[in-house]
Design a protein around this ligand. Structure first.
Ligand code: PDD
Length: 286
């Protein structure tokens, strides 16, 4: 596969990253995952804006990554990816002798991008049948709005879910169900869709934002407010959202069914609206 590394396109296996890279040493960097349908990128602008937001807060040497949308397009083309694919971006502060504070002079940021074919079948199955999830205490830091590559807590929580036969772990802080290890969380209670406010405690998901817009367009009552773990018995529906998970129903939490234990009508309506939006932006799905 052809990848992009610091301004050059080259075979992925020819890329070597310095052991002094601050992404490697300190997780001092950011990433994004973008989905392509029919070889066409979906919601690129939102992902680039979020990367720029993180870069500004981290004070990286590059603050405007808008050129990466063209890089992403080129990677799809150079790799002949005309169907389902994902693009991965990672940017770090760059390579410099180890020291916690920002290096002086500032190194050139490391910028990496790659494209991979994406098999939609497992997601489609989960979207159809729903998944079980577990609750875990949120042991992450308090700047989850930045998509940094520091994912240790997410890795451990997701592994815990896997070992329990669940598909995702949801982080709970102060009794609030915030989001998953790689997805946002939404619930339906009292006929209203509720999701945690876009604070520093969650990633401001591109899919989350689109789903809230689709609620507005489809007259689905919705609000951004905390969903407490104690609300679980009263939920009629729940689902997770994300670039690779789209809108996946959550039918059980810690082994107890959510609502009827089957994907509900609000979830189904939003899945349909979401599929229509993909078709509008990227053409009809195979
Ligand atoms: N993860 N919350 C977290 C912690 C995430 O890592 C992600 C995405 C989301 C959903 O955001 P979006 O709708 O913009 O994809 C929420 C990506 C897909 C990943 O880590 O693979």
């Amino acid at each position: 596969m052809i990848a992009y590394f610091n301004g050059t396109y080259l075979p992925r296996e020819e890329i070597s990253i310095s052991p002094d890279d601050r992404g490697f040493l300190f997780a001092d960097g950011l990433y994004e995952v973008i989905r392509a349908y029919n070889g066409r990128l979906f919601k690129t602008g939102g992902h680039i804006n979020r990367l720029n937001h993180g870069a500004a807060h981290l004070n990286l040497g590059i603050r405007d990554f808008s050129y990466l949308s063209e890089v992403a397009r080129q990677l799809l083309e150079k790799n002949g990816l005309t169907a389902d694919a994902t693009i991965y971006f990672q940017v770090t502060r760059g390579a410099a002798p180890r020291g916690h504070a920002f290096p002086e002079p500032s190194p050139e940021p490391t910028v990496f991008a790659s494209a991979s074919p994406f098999d939609p079948a497992p997601t489609r199955l989960n979207m159809e049948k729903g998944i079980g999830v577990i609750l875990v205490p949120d042991q992450r830091w308090a700047r989850c709005d930045m998509k940094t590559v520091g994912l240790t807590a997410n890795v451990l929580a997701n592994q815990q879910a896997k070992e329990k036969g669940a598909k995702e772990a949801l982080f709970v802080r102060d009794g609030v169900i915030l989001e998953g290890t790689h997805s946002n969380f939404m619930a339906v209670m009292d006929n209203c869709l509720v999701t945690a406010p876009a604070s520093n405690y969650i990633l401001h998901g591109i899919t989350r934002k689109l789903v809230l817009a689709l609620c507005a367009e489809n007259d689905i009552p919705h609000r951004e407010a905390p969903v407490f773990a104690t609300d679980l018995p009263g939920l009629t529906e729940a689902f997770i959202t994300g670039t690779t998970t789209e809108i996946t129903p959550v039918t059980a939490v810690d082994g107890s069914p959510v609502g009827s234990g089957l994907p509900g009508p609000v979830t189904r309506k939003l899945q349909k609206a979401f599929a229509a939006r993909i078709e509008e932006d990227c053409g009809k799905q195979a």
